[in-house]
Design a protein around this ligand. Sequence first.
Ligand code: AMP
Length: 320
Amino acid sequence: MQPSGNLHIGNYLGALKNWVRIQNDYECIFCIVDLHAITVYQDPAELRAKILEIAGLYLAAGIDPKVCSIMVQSAVPAHAELSWMLTCVTPIGWLERMTQYKAKAAKQESVGDGLLQYPVLMAADILLYQAGIVPVGEDQAQHLELTRDIAQRFNSLYGDTFVVPNTSLPTVGARVMGLDDPEQKMSKSATGANHAVALLDPPEKIRKTIMRATTDSQPAVDFDSMGPGVANLLSIYQGFSGDTDEAIKAQFAGMRYGDLKKRVAEMTIAHLEPFQQRYRQINGDPGYLAGVLREGAARVAPIANDTVRTVKQRMGLYVE
Ligand code: AMP
């Protein structure tokens, strides 16, 4: 996750919740990607604070630093190093086609090169650790495809080096939409007051934002003809409750939108309140957080350095 803006329920349902679910089944590395954050200007003091905030949110969600590694991208220089080597095998046309690049570049007066290189750095984050599976939200699926293309291109030029990773998307919550505009994905950088529910929003604010969510001109839930706003509210509810599709239909068919929103708000608050309590406890101990990040980086750096060494050898760079 990028330490920019406020993490929201899209980040939680699309990614964080699933990370917690799989952490005991795989050897997991969870990265806070501060080098990605600076592809657009960040206030330095705010960025520093955000990095610790995200680490606290990972832990509050239930990521266990005893069974997996939590680390900050810039603390392991191999990320930037491999990124450069991969840049040199990536055709610029592949990068210019990326939907996220086009959307972000359209918002900037002057587009920094980092914005174009963003997915190459992401490929480095993944390929450095020979990752088999990358659990992300749907918005990252295109970058994962690009990562696979870059890995395959490198392997065909220099010999088998990288594991070609698979994408893992959640069945519910892979693309949580904006509450004010269900045609747009919920995004940290959107500015509308009713766009997102942030993970640290107080209950009253959560209730207000959800009660104001855009629906459609029908009065009640009709599973055969519902618009994207209602579908989004139902999938937020299902993401938190874990109910089956049948259970969701049985509970909500014919329900008036006002009541649907109340149910979604209460379900969201019931999940976020204990989460926020845990966050406040963890955040009160910055020494502990710093220790978790230090240990995480120390644990993963040897894996990353090994990969960089192999890549250098394969490319003919100078290695003693
Ligand atoms: P980012 O916001 O780019 O730092 O993304 C962190 C993680 O959250 C990535 O795995 C994204 O795919 C996921 N994510 C971001 N926004 C959403 C959303 N609206 N719905 C579902 N997943 C999301």
